[in-house]
Design a protein around this ligand. Sequence first.
Ligand code: IMP
Length: 194
Amino acid sequence: MGRLRVRLASRNENKLRELERLLGDWQLGLLDAENYPPETGATYYENALSKARHGAKLVDEGAWVLGEDSGLEVDGLGGGPGVRSARFGGGEPVERLLAELRDVEDEGRRARYVCELVAISPRGELRGTGVLEGRIADEPRGDEGFGYDPIFIPAGEERTVAELGNEWKAENSHRARAARDLLRAMSRRGWSGV
Ligand code: IMP
């Protein structure tokens, strides 16, 4: 049987790289489409679904499409920036977040990354969710990963995700966890090896 061809409805190479490790049985590629819908959903799931639906209109019939949405939730910001993470801080999200947390300690610096994956396939829709708990560092460290990774320290670690690196992320990130959850949903439906 050939490998399942799946298009990730995103232009983010980092996301593709992180998913490739766990979805290694799939032939995964980016769907570099124009006009992705604006991420205005109230939840990661809604945004992931609308990206997947947009992608599904563009691929050949029978192909699989994967939508992804993710964000960072900080306790001291009431769970923000959350679904608005990609638009937070006008080009300088890390600086803005550190500035907002300048006088905030411990509990307020608790945070989590969340990732939602939605697969649209000829056999139906599947969903996977992943969460990575941690806290916001006092200053940026490390140069791998992307986005907030230089200031996110996962629970049980002392280093930031940007210091822990891409290998670590491919196994442990919120995205990796969502991919595992999606694979579990597939096997619950008996779709393994489709
Ligand atoms: P979107 O899922 O592309 O809409 O954007 C998610 C936003 O959340 C990114 O632009 C980052 O700001 C943040 N984010 C999501 N996942 C990660 C990650 O793995 N590392 C760092 N930042 C992330």
